[in-house]
Design a protein around this ligand. Structure first.
Ligand code: NAD
Length: 479
């Protein structure tokens, strides 16, 4: 069985304490590799390497740094098939999704920030007759990047790319549930000519190696994407050390559908926004609100289309849904279906495991639609993060805004209407960092990405990310 290794100081190495944990393939439910169960000593080693590398990397000309990142981006593109297969096997997502979305996006993340940094300039503020201010944007030093399992390399690279582009050295930790593509990245970085110690990739559990990264005094900033309770713990731990924090956390996003929308387009996009990646995308619209006049029509068509959705092995090109990421997560999602029933909900379709022939131990689940729940019950308030949506009718704009804004979360919202005035009015009033009107998950890497309330602190993307990974220093010169 393959043993994965950490990548420290430009070399693959075993964890110092020699401990490993099992890595499962969700599609078959079988262990297929083991990964380092790293700890504080591995972090110390990586920080020492990063400290040595920082003067080299941060003083390298921005063109050269950009060149390394472009080559890194190209390196992933050249090994596309290998990365796609690894991501699908590790996560359970359909191969087609990894091939169309995850890995191409990781390529774009590196390419985007490699070129963005070429245009990232210091500002100057002239004081007529008095003097001039110029503001340098300096790299922070060593930064920690911690990412989740749902979009493994996509989100890992979304943090690492701006951190590196801005001149920082990175200690990065992918999720222990989906470590494989991050493991492959070490070699690609080396081949791209990245100096040793600039990018260090450590594997293991959040409570061990993740915690050690957050607590290490020489790590100046933590960029974290994951669950809200983990984010809260990280914020509490890092705050007394005055670390810079970017937290991208959970969501419980509303999908609001008006009768005047383009029904056909809304329906096919709503199928995706409900169940893409087995509903395990922080941006999925898990609470669907439908204007009462089209509620029954929507329900009939939606349930029919959901029932026709193929759940199957990720390598099967027919599969629209693959496997849930882990047994533990599948059990959590199924327990929410039981909760929904206790709360008075009716399961219109799904609500149970799907058995895929030949892979009976795999973690498959039927996409699930539930109706009849009050907006403020636990099923409608807590993040389930699986292929489960609720449908609820509404009568007025005021009512739907109240229900949409009623959760502790505020990541994204989708609105379907052809009334332009309503679109502007509601976009303004929705508690969300991102609002899509007549669309879902259309991403421009230049725009700010992140949430409000318990969905996070700070923004990623474009200049926002480069600002996060740099410290402004203002210099005033008297005329
Ligand atoms: P998680 O919080 O369990 O883990 C995320 C990462 O943090 C993993 O690498 C984990 O090992 C690490 N970690 C766990 N405990 C830690 C600790 N005490 N100290 C340091 N690191 C620790 O989340 P998950 O289950 O991997 O991911 C699912 C969650 O991520 C969902 O809530 C989802 O909404 C959220 N998410 C948010 C976004 C966003 O952009 N807002 C994107 C994707 C996923």
């Amino acid at each position: 069985m393959e043993k994965l290794q950490n990548f420290i100081n430009g070399k693959y190495c075993d964890p110092i304490e020699g401990k490993y944990i099992d890595n499962y393939e969700p599609a078959s439910g079988q262990v297929y590799s083991s990964i380092p169960d790293s700890g504080a000593q591995d972090v110390t080693l990586a920080v020492a390497a990063a400290e040595k590398a920082f003067p080299i990397w941060s003083k390298m000309s921005v063109q050269d740094r950009s060149g390394v990142l472009i080559r890194l981006s190209e390196g992933i593109a050249e090994r596309m098939d290998e990365f796609v297969a690894a991501e699908s096997k590790d996560n359970g997502k359909p191969l087609a999704l990894a091939g169309h979305v995850d890995i191409p996006r990781a390529v774009s993340n590196f390419h985007f920030f490699a070129t963005a940094i070429l245009h990232y300039a210091s500002e100057s503020h002239n004081m007529e007759g008095v003097g001039v201010n110029y503001t340098l944007r300096k790299p922070l030093g060593i930064v920690g990047c911690i990412s989740p399992w749902n979009l493994p390399l996509y989100l890992f690279s979304w943090k690492i790319a701006p951190a590196l582009a801005a001149g920082n050295c990175v200690i990065a930790k992918p999720s222990e549930v989906t470590p494989y593509t991050a493991y492959l990245l070490g070699k690609v970085a080396k081949d791209a000519g990245m100096p040793d110690g600039v990018l260090n990739i450590l594997h293991g559990q959040g409570g061990n190696v993740g915690d050690a990264i957050v607590k290490h005094p020489k790590i100046k900033a933590i960029s974290f994407t994951g669950g809200t309770s983990t984010g809260e713990y990280i914020a509490r731990t890092a705050a007394p050390m005055f670390k810079k924090l970017s937290l991208e956390l959970g969501g419980k996003n509303p999908n609001i559908i008006y009768a005047d929308c383009d029904f056909k387009e809304m329906m096919s996009t709503t199928l995706r926004s409900s169940f893409a990646n087995q509903g395990q995308i922080c941006l999925c619209g898990s609470r669907i609100f439908i204007e009462r006049s089209i509620y029954d029509t929507f329900k009939e068509e939606f349930v029919r289309r959901v029932e026709a959705t193929v759940v199957g092995h990720p390598n099967n090109s027919e599969s629209k849904l693959g496997a849930i990421v882990s047994k533990q997560h599948m059990e959590k999602v199924l327990s929410y279906v039981e909760l929904a029933k206790k709360e008075g909900g009716t399961v219109l379709t799904g609500g149970e495991r799907a058995i895929v022939e030949g892979y009976e131990e795999g973690y498959y689940m039927r996409p699930t639609v539930i109706e009849g729940l009050p907006f403020d019950c636990r099923t409608n308030q807590e993040e389930i993060f699986g292929p489960v949506v609720t449908i609820t009718p509404f009568d007025s704009e005021e009512e739907v805004l109240m229900m949409a804004n009623s959760t502790q979360y505020g990541l994204s919202a989708t609105l379907w209407t052809s009334d332009l005035k309503r679109a502007h009015r509601m976009a303004d009033q929705l508690h969300a960092g991102i609002v899509w009107v007549n669309a879902w998950l259309v991403r421009d890497l230049r725009t700010p990405f992140g949430g409000v309330k318990a969905s996070g602190v700070g923004r990623e993307g474009g200049w926002e990310a480069l600002r996060f990974f740099t410290e402004p220093k203002n210099v005033f010169i008297k005329y």
